[in-house]
Design a protein around this ligand. Structure first.
Ligand SMILES: Cc1cc2nc3c(=O)[nH]c(=O)nc-3n(C[C@H](O)[C@H](O)[C@H](O)COP(=O)(O)O)c2cc1C
Length: 364
């Protein structure tokens, strides 16, 4: 199965080690980083969703307008836009931009932040139950050739119908993220790809096994898996670890300015990474947990440290565990995206293609 690289397009140039200096919505930066991802050989790029940031859907449309092949992975939270409307919004985009749209469904782990958008479902399991119904309706809107009715606890639709269908047959490619048990059930029923943060080999083995079982309970094939991680690369391993230490020192020093302080809440996804950090700063071959520990791990915060060859080898290990999508971003997002295109991405593609050939797995 082909390996896919997913990047991350932020609305401005900022990270745990870069204090934002430009506007919150910085079109020249967005255009530059989007084109850099396309030129570096990324297949897709994530647009995140938060209750106070620019609208991911519109930023995604702008990215699609200024790129040719790069796909977008648009994060959306159920509970704010009617599922029938979001389905038509995404189908319309997919028609305009040659089937380059994908949806990333996030249920939201922080009730206080969700209330900033007017959410009233503070119970997360209830939010996942809403997500399940939300995706039922979205998929009906994408696929039903005649008006449909849907009666649920959170959504009721009468004679729902979309004249515009996605260009992608069967609906728009859908990612689901989340560390909760409830996320596994939603993924089993709805995900084309289940998205994980940068977990250990043992944690990935555990999650893939549970998602596979959840999909089987729904009579579905096993979804694919995406792993998010922050590669820290240098021409020698020693230099890479020195670079990691410098990143930690700078991230610690800038916390008040960047806002990447450890919050008093943790999503289940974050708790899984913090459990790793409790085991140590370095897990498996080169999974580094120090920035996750510093920031509370409520996003893609674990890193793989080493030479491009060493990190590509670890991607091979995750591939053997069933991971086929790697969502990567650096601490210097634009510069690192370009750098990943020089060695890490081509090395990993070649390593995995060679491994598939060895196993007689035909390249799709
Ligand atoms: C690849 C990936 C991307 C994510 N993007 C976002 C995002 O843009 N906004 C957000 O609020 N949560 C995002 N999340 C967070 C989870 O979806 C979050 O953990 C979930 O909404 C609820 O938490 P849980 O881990 O407790 O189940 C992302 C998670 C993953 C794995």
């Amino acid at each position: 199965m082909p390996v896919e690289f997913i990047g991350f397009i932020t609305n401005n140039n900022a990270s745990e080690t870069i204090v934002r200096s430009g506007p919150v919505l910085d079109p020249p930066y967005i255009e530059t980083v989007a084109k850099a991802h396309e030129l570096a050989g990324f297949d897709r790029a994530l647009l995140a969703f938060h209750s106070t940031t620019p609208d991911a859907l519109q930023v995604a449309q702008h990215v699609l307008t200024i790129t040719k092949t790069l796909k977008v992975m648009i994060a959306q939270r159920p509970g704010f836009t009617a599922p029938t409307l979001l389905a038509r919004q995404l189908a319309t985009l997919d028609q305009f931009y040659g089937g380059r749209v994908s949806l990333h469904v996030i249920t939201g782990g922080n009730a206080i932040e969700l209330r900033q958008d007017g959410n009233t479902l503070d119970d997360k399991d209830e939010r996942y139950a809403r997500t399940n119904e939300f995706l039922d309706v979205v998929k009906l809107e994408w696929t039903s050739e005649k008006p449909f009715n849907y009666s649920g606890k959170y959504y009721n639709v009468e004679n729902g119908f979309s004249q515009v269908k996605p260009l992608q047959k069967g609906g728009i490619y859908t990612f689901v993220g989340g560390g909760s048990d409830a996320a596994i059930e939603v993924a089993g029923k709805h995900a084309d790809t289940f998205a994980l943060w940068g977990e250990s080999y043992a944690q990935v083995r555990d999650v893939t096994t549970r998602v596979r079982a959840a999909a089987a309970r729904c009579g579905r094939p096993t979804p694919r898996f995406s792993l998010s991680v922050r590669p820290i690369l240098a021409e020698t391993e020693e230099k890479a670890w020195k670079k990691a230490d410098a990143i930690l020192e700078r991230a610690t020093a800038l916390q008040d300015q960047t806002g990447y302080r450890r919050p008093n809440h943790a999503t289940d996804g974050a708790k899984r990474l913090l459990a790793l950090a409790d085991q140590g700063a370095r897990i498996d071959k080169r999974l580094w947990t120090e920035v996750a520990k510093l920031t509370g791990a409520n996003s893609n915060t674990t890193a793989l440290v080493g030479t491009p060859e060493q990190v590509a080898e670890v991607f091979g290990d995750y591939y053997d565990l069933g991971v086929s999508h790697f969502l990567i971003r650096g601490f210097d997002p634009l510069v690192d995206a370009i750098d990943y295109g020089r060695a890490l991405i081509p090395l990993t593609r070649n390593l995995i293609a060679a491994r598939d050939e060895q196993r007689g797995i035909a390249a799709e």
